[in-house]
Design a protein around this ligand. Structure first.
Ligand SMILES: NC(=O)C1=CN([C@@H]2O[C@H](COP(=O)(O)OP(=O)(O)OC[C@H]3O[C@@H](n4cnc5c(N)ncnc54)[C@H](OP(=O)(O)O)[C@@H]3O)[C@@H](O)[C@H]2O)C=CC1
Ligand SMILES: O=C(O)[C@@H]1CCC=N1
Length: 266
């Protein structure tokens, strides 16, 4: 089966980031990607690179094999129900990146036996640095291999049980925002102790990148690396302990559970 042509239904923040990643990685040629939304003016940068940009979801599905659904959770069911007849289980695979919409719900609103995947990437997919969690229903080995190959071009993937998909949304997708807010706070602190904003931004971002690489490349536990930095009676432990007194770890954990509860309880 040929899975060359990819339609992204919903070319917003995440949909357009996926298109950018597919182009940057060379996984797709511009002419093999179609991306839809109602107001297409925001996708001019993709159209300029040769991506097909329009508002006709039926046409996009008919001309593609892989359908990535990147619509908002509140309108995905209505839109997919209207497109039900456009899907062909012998031709299409559907990959939903929509938060909180389950495989069996997608099954109910599309056509029987359509190979269904849920993927939870993050916006770093635009630069091939996503963390993407994947689960599926009715996918053959070949289709699963294709979906993993596609997202492996766009970062790192892990296959998970669907019951962990909401947790994946929080830790992986929301996690980008948490990490950026951490960096921003570092920048604010950095300016207060003397750096200009641009230099503080570079130092904070590169330092966080280095910390993450220590864990990823060396397979270390964070506390092992923290022990190397915390000189006895030194400035690091003084700062870290003050952060903990102010509720640093606790506030992050509470934020993560608040995000999770927002998905599961509404
Ligand atoms: N942003 C993120 O970091 C992540 C988002 N997600 C999930 O991905 C999904 C998309 O999120 P996000 O990209 O942030 O949201 P956006 O609102 O940015 O994107 C959704 C897009 O859908 C378009 N749209 C609305 N109606 C239609 C229609 N009938 N046909 C085609 N397109 C339509 C909208 O454009 P227009 O109004 O012009 O039609 C809009 O640009 C959500 O379900 C979200 O939970 C998952 C992981 C990370
Ligand atoms: O905030 C949201 O609801 C979406 C899901 C994960 C990232 N953005």
């Amino acid at each position: 089966m040929d899975y060359q042509k990819i339609a992204i239904i919903g070319g917003g923040n995440l949909g357009s980031a996926i298109a950018q990643g597919l182009l940057k990685s060379g996984f797709s040629k511009p002419g093999d990607i179609t991306i839809t939304k109602r107001n297409t003016s925001t996708l001019a940068h993709l159209a300029a690179q040769g991506v097909q940009v329009h508002s006709d979801n039926q046409k996009a599905i008919a001309e593609s094999e892989v359908i990535v659904v990147a619509l908002k959770p509140y309108n995905v069911k209505e839109i997919l129900s209207e497109l039900k007849d456009a899907f062909n289980p012998q031709k299409h695979i559907l990959i939903s990146v929509v938060t909180g919409v389950l495989l069996h719900e997608l099954d109910n609103i599309t056509v029987a036996n359509l190979p269904l995947f849920r993927a939870m990437p993050n916006t770093a997919i635009a630069i091939q640095e996503s963390m993407t969690c994947i689960c599926h229903q009715y996918g053959t080995q070949e289709q699963v291999a294709f979906v993993e190959k596609m997202f492996n071009q766009l970062g790192v993937t892990v296959s998970i049980d669907e019951k962990l998909m909401d947790a994946a949304t929080v830790l992986g997708a929301c996690g980008i925002a948490y990490a950026l807010r951490f960096i921003r706070a570092n920048i604010q602190g950095g300016i207060e102790i003397g750096f200009d904003a641009r230099t503080a931004n570079l130092i904070a971002a590169q330092t966080v990148k280095g910390a993450a690489e220590l864990l990823i490349r060396e397979n270390r536990h964070p506390e092992e690396e923290i022990d190397k930095v915390t000189t006895p009676k030194g400035c690091t432990i003084a700062g870290l302990n003050e952060m903990e007194h102010q509720g640093f770890s606790s506030s992050l954990i509470k934020g993560i559970t608040a995000s999770y509860n927002k998905i599961v309880k509404g």
